[in-house]
Design a protein around this ligand. Structure first.
Ligand code: SF4
Ligand code: MG
Length: 327
């Protein structure tokens, strides 16, 4: 069977007053059915832009896809006509955003918004569409679902609203779900519940899931593999367990040290000092060098490319073999 989604050497540029910002600078990764890929990085690392390129929702201009392929079931969505690509995405790829309130329409009830999806895309009758909407709210474990169908988005708590978003994303039975910071706005307990729900549904439906997050902490229990992005490039790519046990890139290592842990309560977290580079004016050499504890002279001259460091593992660092052993 063909890979569900394969992104090859994706490049996205933003035309700004200060010049061209290479927001995504050659990203390659894949997701299989039933698999979860976490794309992790700070804001501005290119993770959201990558997901927007997959979804075809980049704002262009200023954004421009400067190269690469987005192969969905082996068909390059970037080369399909606009209308055909839109149809493929509409039927097979769905997205959950961070801010459910702005993604839902405030003037319609949740039941109306859900049932409209079935009426428009599946040609269902009003009654059947409402029945399917009820099933969906049950699926995402919203209590008293029949009553809640009649309510408006603002009547839901943040966590419940995010469940409504997930229900809407699942309505047309996508093969691939992209969740961009789906729990960032929620408190920690609710975050965990939502992530568990997403994971359960994903397993049940054998969907591919791409989880975009700045928080490595939410990744551990959910993702199978991880792509760490820094300044528009993937700097580490590996199965999640290996990444957590022995990170191969200094940036991943630093991110891991900044995760709050219950067992080290009170201990000060190490934050990564300094700022990411300005994307319109990338330095020669490694983009992480100014912030890197492992940097040597070569790092400021030669750009490290993503290279195999172990089975299934790749990192873009001149010293990854040292980093991986330095526990
Ligand atoms: Fe640090 Fe050098 Fe590796 Fe870049 S290449 S991450 S600067 S050690
Ligand atoms: Mg973002």
């Amino acid at each position: 069977t063909a890979t569900l989604l394969r992104v090859e050497d994706l490049r996205v540029e933003f035309h700004t007053r200060d010049g061209i910002a290479k927001a995504v600078n050659g990203a390659s990764f894949s997701v299989e059915s039933g698999e979860t890929l976490a794309i992790v990085g700070e804001s501005g690392s290119g993770k959201s832009v990558t997901s927007q390129a997959i979804m075809g929702i980049l704002e262009s201009p200023p954004a421009r896809i400067a190269g690469g392929e987005v192969l969905f079931h082996n068909v390059d969505l970037l080369k399909l006509g606009k209308e055909r690509a839109r149809r493929v995405r509409g039927n097979h790829v769905a997205m959950v955003f961070q801010d459910a309130l702005s993604a839902l329409n405030p003037v319609w009830t949740v039941g109306f918004q859900l049932s409209e999806l079935f009426r428009q895309h599946r040609g269902m009758s009003k009654k059947d569409a409402m029945a399917r909407s009820l099933e969906l709210l049950d699926l995402v474990k919203i209590p008293a679902a029949a009553q809640r169908l009649k309510e408006y988005p603002h009547q839901f708590s943040g966590g419940m609203r995010q469940r409504v978003m997930i229900a809407m994303a699942l309505a047309l039975d996508p093969d691939l779900l992209i969740a961009d910071e789906p729990t960032t706005a929620l408190d920690v307990t609710v975050q965990a519940q939502i992530m568990r729900l997403l994971k359960e549904i994903q397993i049940e439906r054998h969907m591919g899931l791409i989880l975009i997050t700045h928080d490595l902490g939410v990744v551990a229990d959910v993702a199978d593999k991880i792509s760490v992005m820094y300044a528009g490039r993937i700097v580490e790519q590996a199965p999640v367990l290996e990444t957590f046990a022995t990170p191969a890139h200094p940036y991943t290592k630093a991110l891991l040290k900044s995760i709050p842990r219950l067992d080290t309560k009170g201990q000060r977290l190490e934050i990564i000092k300094g700022l990411p580079p300005v994307l319109t004016n990338l330095p020669p050499g490694c983009n992480f060098a100014p912030r890197c504890a492992y940097a040597q002279e070569i790092c400021t001259r030669e750009l490290p490319v993503l290279a195999t460091v172990a089975a299934d593992r790749a990192a873009a660092c001149h010293f990854s073999s040292e980093v991986i052993q330095d526990v």
